[in-house]
Design a binder for this molecule. Structure first.
Ligand SMILES: *Cc1c(COP(=O)(O)O)cnc(C)c1O
Length: 448
């Protein structure tokens, strides 16, 4: 018998699969793909095996949809897990804005066309202590836009210290961004040492701006020397050259008041030091949605908003609404911002939750649950030196391997992301919301 004849028809497989969570057209595509692979190979296993393999594929594809997970890693701004979680008030407001019409570009009193993001820009200026502010898709695009604004009329050189030509993560390299923005990189100094004179000597008729990039995700020790921001800004002013800083992480409050972490410079501080314009991310330490905030001198922000490219990078109503509530929350004292609560929660509180969970999970057959210690980190490429003492739920598998247990926890109804240390699976409770505790317990029960 020819082996080719064993390859089942698409229809037959679809029938055997019955109804699935995955939308029908995606199921049909997947089945067609699998069957054509079998045809290419010229043979097929038993029909049941074919169906099971396809079912596995469907499960895998469905698993790739965006879904909530429990972050047990202790990394607060986890880039793989969506960076900052948003506050309840922001999300509740989003629901209202998203499911109704709204005044995105409509002035209610006059009944005429209104200014997009006018209120938000006012709030962001106030939060950052800037004359003016605006917002685009993310910090990377904010930087591109700033560069495009300044790079023109024969001025295309951007002066930057060799110690700041960094890669932020996800392939975001400062030299590449400069290039993509039509700027010419004018690097000065050495990796570990740049002087004010290095900057000053580089200034010419073709200088567009001086750029400083906050070294978010790495640090240098030993023989390191750089001029202060104040010195650079005073010098830039003497030469009438704009001075811009890419802050990256964007803490607008002193995060070191909330947790024992390094001090992260705030926009307010940076402006006091004389920087003309800065940009930072909306979804790192600010704890908002993905966005790039540009703040600084009124004339510069206004000019940037007139750039044709600005239109291509503008945020939609959903992001604007989330950011608006986040900014208002800061102006009202920062309560209810999940990121700040997670930073400041006391170990005692975490320990009490851990003990309650461990007690509820005592005597499980497949897992021994104890309370342990851990170190939370900020993540998102910020404060690489800082760790915050934390409390963990430690899982020791019984009769199953560590990797198997970790995988089963990921594949549960609500995926739980753990980390491994000293033969244990650990769940850092700092990044697990108290409202997720019962879900966490249920999911652990389901695999033990
Ligand atoms: C994270 C970071 C960026 C990129 O920000 P996105 O909002 O992810 O685009 C740019 N610059 C610095 C210094 C950063 O830390």
């Amino acid at each position: 018998m020819s082996q080719l004849r064993q390859i089942p028809a698409v229809e037959k497989v679809l029938q055997a699969l019955g109804t699935t969570e995955l939308p029908r057209p995606l199921v049909v595509d997947t089945v067609r793909e699998a069957i054509s692979e079998l045809r290419e190979a010229g043979q097929a296993p038993e029909f049941d095996v074919v169906v099971r393999d396809i079912r596995d594929r469907l499960t895998q594809i469905w698993g790739q949809r965006l879904q909530p997970v429990i972050n047990g890693t202790g990394v607060l701004i986890h880039t793989n897990l969506g960076r900052s979680p948003l506050s309840r008030p922001a999300v509740e407001n989003l629901q209202e804005i998203a499911s109704n019409y709204n005044n995105l570009e409509f002035d209610i009193p006059s009944g005429e066309r209104g200014k997009r993001a006018g209120f938000l820009e006012r709030c962001l200026a106030s939060v950052t202590g800037a004359e003016a502010a605006t917002v685009v898709n993310n910090c990377a695009s904010a930087l591109v836009l700033i560069l495009r604004y300044f790079v023109k009329n024969g001025r295309d050189k951007v002066i930057i210290s060799r110690g700041e030509l960094v890669e932020i993560g996800g392939g975001f390299r400062i030299p590449d961004i400069l290039l993509a923005s039509g700027a010419k990189l004018h690097e000065v100094g050495a990796t570990n040492k740049t002087t004010l004179l290095d900057y000053e000597d580089a200034i010419g008729h073709d200088t567009a701006l001086i750029l400083k990039v906050h070294q978010s995700n790495f640090f240098m020790g030993g023989f390191v020397e750089n001029p202060s921001t104040e010195e650079i800004s005073a010098m830039a002013r003497r030469h009438d050259i704009p001075f811009v800083e890419d802050l990256g992480s964007g803490a607008v409050v002193n995060t070191d008041d909330y947790a024992p972490v390094e001090h992260e410079p705030t926009p307010q501080e940076i402006f006091k030091k004389g920087v003309d314009l800065l940009c930072f991310s909306g979804d790192k330490l600010l704890g908002g949605p993905q966005a790039g905030i540009i703040a600084g001198r009124q004339d510069l922000v206004a000019g940037i908003k007139r750039e044709p490219f600005y239109r291509a990078l503008r945020c939609d109503k959903l992001i604007l609404s989330l950011l608006e509530v986040t900014a208002v929350q800061y102006l009202n004292g920062g309560d209810e911002l999940p990121l700040l609560s997670m930073l400041s929660v006391e170990k005692d509180e975490l320990r009490a939750r851990a003990e309650k969970l461990a007690a509820a999970l005592a005597g499980r057959e497949g897992v021994r649950v104890t309370v342990g210690d851990g170190l939370s980190r900020i993540g998102g490429g910020t404060m690489p030196k800082s760790t915050i003492p934390s409390v963990t739920l430690d899982l020791e598998p019984v009769g199953q391997s560590l990797t198997k247990l970790a995988r089963r926890l990921r594949l549960g109804a609500t995926p739980i992301i753990t980390y491994t240390s000293e033969g244990l699976l650990k769940i850092d409770l700092r990044t697990v919301f108290p409202r997720q505790d019962s879900q966490l317990a249920d999911s652990i029960c389901a695999v033990s």
